[in-house]
Design a protein around this ligand. Structure first.
Ligand SMILES: Nc1ncnc2c1ncn2[C@@H]1O[C@H](COP(=O)(O)OP(=O)(O)O)[C@@H](O)[C@H]1O
Ligand SMILES: [Mg+2]
Length: 337
């Protein structure tokens, strides 16, 4: 049955994140996704389940914090269908009402028991390959103390491991840096952190860090991340100098102007960075764009990042240097603010 369909590595469904994880999440384990409210956990979790659906896996979203309608709204805002994902909406407060006359201690115990039983029943019934648990914060609030909380998480880990579930457990970080990270780090097979920060100026900066992944030499440190309409959470693995494939031989990149190439000993070496310095109007942009047009003519793709000039200002400069109006605009993907 479904178990045979499962690969040993589960794709996260998040562009770029699988690359950092060297393929995805090592299957049938418990992973924690931490982040402040609004950092993208729920969005990424939906992507994770959608990736499972695509492979014909059975997927459950256990939600203690968001209603099915809220989850649907998030999916709809990206144009996604989450049909086929089983949503178990467990209100952590249901049990309180039924036990209003109990002491506070018993109430907490009852709520925990009911929540745990509901999750286990859902797992037994639907036999998911992938499960999202949103979020640990609610359990943390009910248990109140670390020991009880750890025991609860360990119990869930053992239960889901026995049933071959890849569980992605969301952990909402409240104020302050990582108040609760360590107690769960030890239990999970892997911990992924979404970070959201505001700079002095400009838009919010989103980053991701894989702070633990057992048995996987992940790309460590921060990697940039964004939440985009339709794509959802996307990750841009950091380029690490020296990790480019060594089998690729350096080539000499030509500008198309023989004298210039000769001056550089045949061209600029591929895989290197060249800084062009000069006063304004001395021809920095024009010289650099020679390499871009020459590469386009060779049929290669080129990225040009313009911060000062507009494309409409730079195009006449290119044409003025005899590179022909027709050759330049075709093949240029124009993407500038
Ligand atoms: N349709 C969308 N397109 C782009 N970004 C969105 C869209 N919908 C929500 N977002 C962004 O995603 C964030 C919410 O992400 P969410 O996954 O709900 O976070 P968390 O579960 O960590 O609280 C919002 O704060 C918003 O910035
Ligand atoms: Mg959420």
């Amino acid at each position: 049955m479904a178990k045979n369909k499962k690969a040993t590595v589960a794709s996260t469904g998040v562009f770029g994140l699988d690359e950092i994880l060297r393929g995805g999440l090592p299957a049938s384990n418990l992973y924690i996704l931490q982040g402040a409210p609004g950092s993208g956990k729920t969005t990424a979790a939906l992507q994770f389940l959608r990736a499972g659906l695509e492979k014909g896996e059975s997927c459950i979203y256990v939600s203690l914090s968001q209603t099915a309608a809220e989850l649907n709204a998030i999916a709809t805002s990206h144009g996604w269908s989450i049909e086929g994902i089983r949503i178990e909406e467990l209100s952590a407060s249901d049990a309180v009402n039924s036990a209003a006359d109990q002491t506070i201690f018993q109430t907490a115990e009852l709520r925990l028991d009911e929540t745990r039983r509901a999750i286990e029943a859902a797992i037994e019934e639907h036999k998911p390959d992938r499960l999202v648990y949103d979020s640990l914060l609610e359990i943390r609030l009910i248990t109140g103390d670390t020991l009880r909380f750890r025991r609860e998480l360990l119990g869930f880990k053992a239960f889901s491991a026995k049933r071959n579930v890849v569980a992605l457990v969301l952990d909402t970080q409240t104020s302050g840096p990582d108040r609760s990270g360590e107690e769960v780090e030890g239990i999970a097979h892997g911990v992924i952190r979404f970070d959201k920060s505001l700079e002095e100026y400009g838009s919010v900066r989103r980053r991701v860090e894989v702070s633990k992944m057992q048995g996987v030499p992940v790309a460590d440190g921060y990697h940039d991340m964004a939440i985009r309409e339709r794509e959802g959470v996307v990750v841009f693995p950091r380029l690490v100098p020296g990790t480019a494939s060594e089998t690729v031989k350096p080539q000499l990149i030509k500008s198309g102007v023989d004298e210039l190439d000769e001056m550089f000993g045949g061209g600029r070496e591929s895989g290197t960075v060249t800084l062009v310095i000069g006063q304004s109007g001395t021809g920095k942009s024009t010289m650099s764009s020679l390499y871009a047009t020459a590469a386009l003519k060779r049929g290669e793709s080129v990225a040009l990042f313009l911060f000062e000039e507009r494309l409409r200002n730079i195009l006449p400069a290119l044409r003025g240097h005899g590179h022909g109006p027709a050759a330049v605009p075709s093949g240029w993907a124009i993407d500038h603010p």
